[in-house]
Design a protein around this ligand. Structure first.
Ligand code: CA
Length: 385
């Protein structure tokens, strides 16, 4: 039996030999076929989108229905080993934020050692950019080393070559289920009215491509080749016990970004993250250490009236904690490639950036309402040359 107990019940999309992809719920090392168990048409779909579009009332009903099946032992469980897992939702838009102060300041100190680590806007809004929805892939999908323009250290002219500074970014993704109307805004405390659940997320990053291309319009091809997400979407309802106050915000955010209970009331999720590279745990970022809350990301995203669509994905940005073994990228862990990452000994001696053949696994856990800890879906991907 694995950690996926009746207090979790995450959703995914799976197929078995000779059957089409459909919605399932993970229980232990098995999958409940929701289309079969409930007879509901929206579960006979190859993505969670038709179900997610129904909104929070339907999500709560489904969770209760599945909980009752499990409680009454009235279900068939397909072994996970017989199932192929697919991307669980059709990604509408993908936005990546930059919400961790420890990450943003750490990167600022690396690249602008003589200046303020944070840019002037950083404490006033959750900085973000639009990523590429079409290259979001499910955990387990190999990630091909991208080619791109890059300039050698000390050089002036770019070449087009395979990235030599391939990195990971440990993040948390939020999946929008219920849409919003064009021209309307969503308040920070209205997260649960729109967000269906969370996924683990690795924002693979080619630092050499990124550092040449990003001025003045931000990340583009250095990020858009692949973004991996977990195969299981943990519903927000399973994380009721995981909400904690964030470290605090100063200056107080503008009213449209403030939680109703005040500037000290920004709440985040007490998720523990583990970053494993090539079989070695190199870092343990704490999501509760981030500055901007999930609700504030959502409020900022819609603050100009841009509508939410079912399947929108927004991510936290790299999660880094205050101490060195809590950083969520190799950029920080290796000080921009100037020192080996932890565990880089034996045949891996001196390794900094990701090498061909290396696998990155991100693991996530959170407090459960029943007192233990939930293990969320992992995000794995192997670099191929
Ligand atoms: Ca990122």
């Amino acid at each position: 039996m694995s950690d996926f107990g009746p207090d979790h019940l995450p959703y995914g999309v799976f197929s078995t030999p000779g059957t089409p992809p459909r919605v399932g719920v993970r229980l232990g090392d098995g999958v409940l076929d929701l289309a079969f168990e409930t007879g509901r048409e929206h579960f006979a779909a190859p993505s969670l989108n038709p179900f997610m579009a129904l909104g929070p009332g339907a999500w709560a009903e489904a969770r209760e229905e599945v909980s009752a099946l499990v409680r009454d032992d009235d279900f068939e469980l397909l072994p996970l080993s017989s199932a192929t897992l697919h991307l669980p939702f059709e990604v509408a838009d993908y936005v990546d934020f930059y919400c961790s102060e420890h990450h943003a300041a750490g990167v600022g100190r690396l690249f602008r050692p003589d200046a303020e680590p944070l840019l002037p806007n950083w404490r006033h809004l959750p900085v973000g950019y639009h990523g590429r929805a079409g290259s979001v892939v499910v955990s387990g999908t190999p990630v091909a080393r991208p080619w791109g323009q890059q300039v050698e250290a000390g050089g002036e002219r770019p070449s087009y070559a395979p990235s030599r500074r391939l990195d990971l970014e440990a993040e948390l993704g939020f999946v929008v289920g219920a849409p919003s109307a064009p021209g309307s805004t969503v308040a920070p405390d209205a997260l649960a009215e729109h967000v269906f659940g969370v996924v683990g997320l690795n924002d693979w990053s080619a630092r050499d491509v990124q550092s040449w291309e990003y001025r003045p319009l931000g990340p583009f091809l250095g990020k858009s080749f692949a973004t991996s997400v977990s195969a299981w979407v943990t519903p927000l309802a399973a994380l009721d016990a995981a909400w904690v106050p964030l470290p605090g915000q100063s200056p107080a955010p503008l009213p449209h970004l403030a939680h109703a209970a005040g500037a000290d009331a920004a709440v985040g999720l007490d998720l523990a993250v583990e970053v494993e590279v090539d079989g070695v745990v190199v870092s343990r970022p704490p999501y509760a250490s981030t500055y901007w809350s999930p609700g504030q990301m959502l409020a900022h995203l819609t603050s100009n009236g841009a509508a939410l669509r079912t399947g929108d994905l927004f991510a936290s940005g790299t999660i880094s904690g205050p101490v060195p073994d809590q950083v969520g990228s190799l950029l920080e862990l290796t000080a921009d490639g100037t020192r080996p990452r932890p565990g880089a000994d034996g045949s891996a001696a001196g390794r900094t950036w990701l090498e061909d053949g290396e696998e990155v696994v991100l693991r996530y856990s959170a407090p459960s309402a029943t007192g233990g800890r939930l293990t969320l879906g992992e995000v794995a991907g192997r670099v191929v040359g």
